[in-house]
Ligand binder design. Sequence first.
Ligand code: HEC
Length: 168
Amino acid sequence: MLSRLLVLICLGCSAWAGAQTAAPTEKSLEQGSLEDRVKTLASIQPGLGVVMHEIGWRFANTYWAANGGNWGLAQYQLKELLEAQEVAEITRPQRAPMLKANEQTFLAPLAQAIENKDIKLFNRRFKEASNACMGCHTALGYGYIRFKVPRQPPQQFLDFSLKTDPAH
Ligand code: HEC
């Protein structure tokens, strides 16, 4: 009898302890304090994986636009790529220094080649930038993610061979 009682008490204790360490209140954008709602909002912002997905597409678009002679589109795609990167610099601040270094060393010179409409220089710098993408992936343990230029322009509904000049 006594041992049964002890077992019951112990079960009660662990149930109580479980309740005390229960999961934090449900995440909600509509309910809770302003601080909790801001935290919830922050927790659903795109991380590096989502941003990189966009970066991959835009990087490939940049290549095809420049090589199709649509320099305006190439410039636009690279600019949008860098804007996407800014999101990751905020949501994943520990990655920001590497992203910024990569931008200054490889993407800014690529933008310069676009401005000059110099396809030879562009292709050389694109290759260097592409190797640098791989360098970061390898350094961070994602060596299996290697960017390669697709054989066809990735977004079929964009006209990559429209002849335009950089606009800005
Ligand atoms: C800060 C270092 C860093 C740099 C620089 C970088 N990447 Fe990434 N990339 C990552 C990390 C880390 C992941 C894995 C993301 C994750 O799971 O959080 C990734 C993932 C990816 C993915 C896979 C996304 C998916 O799921 O579809 C692609 C594509 C990609 N990167 C392309 C690029 C390209 C193109 C460049 C260069 C223009 C580049 N990356 C530069 C760190 C980097």
